[in-house]
Design a protein around this ligand. Structure first.
Ligand code: GDP
Length: 464
């Protein structure tokens, strides 16, 4: 279709947010000014929301979003349901063992992207799944009815045709019915052009009109296909949601502590998370929303967090994935929602909240954010991360950005940029500055001077 919308209103919104981060940081020791600035921004955001509803494009965007959503679902369904499993061309992928659920499922996501790019059916080998002896099917709908048993070759033979970078990939692809994929870190060669942060050109061109960060839309839809609950688990989720009163407006808070702290991420106090929750609800009130209760869904691997939230922030109604594990009494609540069902429930319910507050260093929250993209036209800005900006582990190369304006560094923490150059984004400091690699140097630049690039890559095309 002819694209009616070319002005990038997502960029404008990001710039407004970056200006707010910048001023909040500068005025952090002046509470009166800071409050005044926050009120002014609330007003701008409200006006912008109202303008979006009246600019005539919302309806078009809704239709385009539905069309793209259905298109990707149909393509994946067709790919994963070949007419005859015994003759179908397949990609075999082993569920990554020895890491957390988010890490394992992100590996499968890369496999499904490669299956889509190679137009082969993905078969998952989840024989050794640490979260369930029955494999993914205990709670998830199988991604395909085909199994390795349907194929005319042994599992050993398939693994001999692993698409490592050091073997001639095109030869294997041309001649073998079944191929295997290595871990993403060991995947190179020509085919790696399909890995994140690449977006299929035919989808990406259209997505740029409806979504603020098309790569997350693409990744989210692929992940959601893998993480679709089976019938029984869907029923469990529906029942649980009504039992624990999962209602809107609701903010999802994910507090990742445990083994992550010190090894892979820094500790963040609960107050930092709750400050963002407070900001979200204040904005809603300013928008004129009629809020009866302020719901907060908390997922965490630290039981102490729930008790702290209930004690220190009693203004919120807490919604917890806790029907079978939370016991009140003995002066407090215990929360131990471990295991496959627990982590699946947490990721899926976090994805269904209206806004996420978490640390993007955790794959758990990135999974939730990714799936969230399938539930809205554009959910790219429905989050506040206390550490990293969004990334996909194992991607080939960094997220790139185009330089909008020249930058001359003002101190040795900053780096120079020239308009129209391409820089690599290393992170957002959420204070108006981003860390980039520019001209071979790593340093800070004002975030408004760069714009993320959507890397469009021609994938093999689908007629559906
Ligand atoms: P990461 O280590 O946070 O990047 O994510 P992974 O998913 O790879 O590993 C973390 C593991 O810790 C998860 O798979 C869960 O088993 C557990 N975990 C962390 N946060 C939560 C949570 O909020 N709820 C539940 N149920 N488990 C969690």
């Amino acid at each position: 279709p002819k694209l009616p919308y070319t002005m990038n209103d997502f960029l404008l919104r990001d710039h407004i947010k970056e200006l707010k981060f910048f001023l909040q940081k500068k005025l952090k020791d002046q509470p009166h000014l800071s409050k005044d600035i926050n009120n002014r921004f609330q007003d701008i955001v409200s006006m912008d929301k109202r303008a979006q509803d009246t600019n005539g494009f919302s309806e078009w965007r809704q239709k385009e979003s539905d069309a793209l959503h259905n298109m990707i679902k149909t393509r994946l369904h067709t790919l994963q349901h070949p007419k005859d499993c015994s003759t179908a061309k397949v990609v075999q992928c082993k569920l990554k063992d020895g890491c957390g659920f988010g890490c394992g499922v992100h590996h499968l996501l890369y496999c499904l992207i490669m299956a889509y790019a190679l137009q082969r059916t993905l078969i998952i080998d989840d024989g050794k799944f640490r979260y369930s002896k029955d494999g993914l099917k205990e709670f998830l709908r199988p991604v395909t009815p085909c199994t390795v048993g349907d194929l005319p070759m042994s599992v050993g033979e398939i693994y001999m045709n692993t698409l490592n970078s050091d073997r001639a990939q095109s030869d294997i692809i041309a001649n073998k019915q079944a191929v295997a994929l290595p871990l993403i870190d060991g995947f190179g060669g020509e085919l790696s052009k399909y890995l994140p942060y690449s977006v299929p050109r035919d989808l990406g061109e259209r997505l740029m009109n409806i979504h603020g960060h098309p790569i997350v839309w693409w990744i989210g839809h692929i992940l959601s296909y893998i993480m679709t609950p089976n019938e029984q688990f869907q029923k469990y989720l529906d029942d649980l949601k009504s039992q624990i009163q999962f209602k809107h407006p609701i903010v999802g808070v994910h507090v990742r502590r445990g083994d992550k702290i010190a090894q892979e991420a820094e500790f963040h106090a609960l107050s930092e998370y709750m400050e963002k929750v407070d900001e979200y609800f204040k904005q809603l009130k300013h928008d004129g929303a009629d809020i009866n209760k302020m719901y907060v869904y908390i997922a965490t691997d630290d039981p102490g967090v729930i008790k702290e939230a209930e004690t220190k922030y009693p203004q919120y109604t807490y919604v917890l994935n806790s029907t079978n594990s939370r016991t009140t009494g003995h002066g407090g609540s215990q929360y131990t929602s471990i295991g496959f069902r627990g982590i699946l429930t947490d990721i899926l319910l976090l994805s269904q909240t209206d806004f996420l507050v978490c640390t993007f260093s955790s794959q758990v929250c990135r999974c939730a954010y990714e799936i969230m993209q399938t539930l809205h036209i554009n959910a790219h800005d429905r989050f506040r991360s206390l550490d990293d900006s969004y990334y996909f582990g194992g991607s080939k190369g960094p997220i790139e950005a185009k330089v909008l304006y020249d930058h001359i560094p003002v101190d040795d923490k900053e780096v120079a940029m020239t308009a129209n150059d391409i820089v690599n984004i290393a992170g957002n400091h959420w204070d108006g500055f981003s860390m980039v690699m520019s001209k071979g140097k790593r340093g800070l630049v004002p975030s408004y001077k760069i714009q993320k690039i959507t890397k469009l890559v021609p994938f093999p095309t689908y007629t559906i």
